[in-house]
Design a protein. Structure first.
Length: 505
């Protein structure tokens, strides 16, 4: 980027390193030499207090709202981003920390952006060189001003986006700019244009890879890095591990769709044994009762990695997929085209669930709104589920959970679970057949039971226990004094079938 004149304070990297290294491990209150907490005493909320403490008290800068980077370091304009991190909300998360929320970048200045080019835009000026400072938002609930005082500073890093991420950011920005240009072209009056601006946030959601825009117009919208992407950046500092990059980087969702179409033409209609032979991989099948479908899932997810040219054993280790929040999910179909089973999503943390202030800020909403899913669809052509020659690959399909589904079905599950726990209405129920006979576990010879969480029969987003069997030793989750199997979030068969058959992104 071209170096430009600025009124920002000038540093060397060594000076920044000295100032921030001395702050690591200390609380925000301990490093608040400028007395910002005392200045705002009596207020319940001050937007950006953590960033102000770092910028003003630690670095000695003056805060301003100009659309230009905050400081100059070794001659480069650098944007300072102070970001709160939390412990992962998913029990099986691969991360040390997660960003608490998406990271605000800069305002979507509608009259300005329609005349900008990416390389000289306010957006890219804010992201070309970034200094991240991380603190631990060590609270299960949203805190007021005083709550920030004890949050410790965890670390910092200078960060520049690699070429693949720069291209993704550029494509995202162009989608927003061009969307607004079309509105300005099609509607000449300002009043007519303002009626169209609210479309921005939801109509582009299926296309934006690394960013979103929020809040909705007429509230002044801002560009934000998605929480999933910011989390990857943060963990590059804490773990020092790099993810595998595909030989042909994905710069837009159209790249994924084109690759899926290519692979579907090559492999759709072939059985697992044929695909294993074509890819030069060994297909192992389990013959123990109940494990055949799981082995098919393992093979299906392994195959998608091979088809995309990857050598790792998990999509969670591929840079392109993790940063854009794309999650692979197996969708096995019966011979009649109906899903063989519901779709398991993830294992939640119930402590966070009951402490969340609103659905809008909940991890459940965040999971479904930030991620898209790559369905790996295959079909059992015969009752012999153990024979790879009778399991046929149908194809890939990229899907997303709609805003309407999130605000109805996902919210219904979140509200009901929270209500059951907080109102002490959660109970363990014995299971019975339709004729009233108890359902007995064939292995333990004990009647089956489960908590009265939302079930698939009534809800499209529901909970189900996960364990080897229902023996007491596997009941490792305790809520309100009730012991149960670990609970996971699932999507109903009717929902996954609808997404597969009817959604076109």
């Amino acid at each position: 980027m071209e170096k430009v004149k600025s009124s920002a304070r000038i540093f060397t990297k060594q000076e920044i390193d000295n100032l921030l290294s001395a702050a690591i491990g200390k609380s925000l209150e301990e490093v608040d030499k400028a007395g910002l907490f005392a200045h705002h005493e009596g207020k319940s909320k001050v937007t950006g207090i953590a960033g102000d403490v770092i910028e003003i008290s630690v670095l000695g800068c003056e805060r301003d709202s100009k659309q230009e980077p905050d400081i100059i370091v070794d001659g480069e304009q650098v944007e300072l981003k102070t970001t709160g991190l939390i412990k992962p909300k998913k029990k099986d998360s691969p991360y040390v920390y997660e960003c608490k929320e998406p990271v605000s970048i800069t305002a979507v200045s509608i009259p300005v952006i329609v005349k900008e080019e990416f390389e000289t835009s306010n957006f890219w000026h804010k992201l070309a060189h970034v200094l991240w400072v991380y603190y631990w938002y060590n609270s299960p609930v949203t805190v007021k001003l005083d709550g920030y005082k004890n949050f410790p500073i965890l670390g910092f890093q200078f960060y520049e986006f690699d070429e693949a991420d720069r291209l993704r950011l550029k494509q995202d920005w162009l989608l927003v700019r061009d969307f607004l240009i079309v509105i300005h072209r099609d509607y000449s009056g300002q009043e007519e244009r303002e009626k169209q601006y609210p479309r921005l946030s939801h109509e582009l959601r299926s296309q934006l890879m690394l960013i979103d825009t929020a809040p909705k117009y007429p509230n002044p919208p801002r560009f934000r890095l998605k929480r999933s992407f910011a989390t990857v950046i943060a963990n590059s500092y804490f773990t020092k591990q790099s993810l595998e990059k595909l030989k042909n980087p994905i710069t837009k969702y159209a790249d994924i769709d084109a690759k899926c179409e290519e692979l579907n033409k090559t492999y759709a209609g072939k059985n697992f044994a044929e695909i294993a032979s074509l890819l030069g991989v060994t297909l192992k099948t389990r013959t123990n009762r109940g494990h055949d479908s799981y082995e098919a899932k393992n093979f299906a997810e392994f195959v998608v990695l091979k088809m995309f040219g990857s050598e790792v054993n998990s999509l969670n280790k591929i840079d392109d997929f993790v940063k854009i929040g794309l999650i692979a999910k197996s969708l096995p179909l019966k011979n009649n085209g109906v899903p063989k089973e519901s779709m398991k999503m993830f294992m939640p943390d119930f402590n966070d669930w009951v402490n969340e202030d609103s659905f809008e800020d909940s991890f459940l909403r965040d999971y479904f709104s930030e991620h898209q899913f790559l369905f790996i669809v295959y079909q059992y052509k015969d009752k012999d589920n153990k024979n790879p020659q009778t399991i046929e690959f149908v194809g890939f399909k990229r899907v997303m959970i709609t805003d309407e589904f999130i605000e109805t079905e996902v919210k219904k599950c979140w509200s009901e679970v929270r209500s059951l726990i907080t109102e002490k209405r959660l109970v363990i129920e014995k299971k019975y057949r339709k004729d009233g006979a108890p359902i007995i576990n064939p292995k333990t010879r004990v009647q089956q039971e489960s908590p009265n969480f939302p079930k698939e029969a009534q809800c499209d987003v529901f909970l189900r226990g996960s364990g080897t069997d229902s023996s007491d030793k596997y009941k490792t989750l305790e809520i309100n004094g009730l012991r149960m199997l670990p609970q996971e979030i699932w999507l109903s068969k009717r929902t996954t079938l609808d997404l597969y058959l009817n959604q076109n992104l």
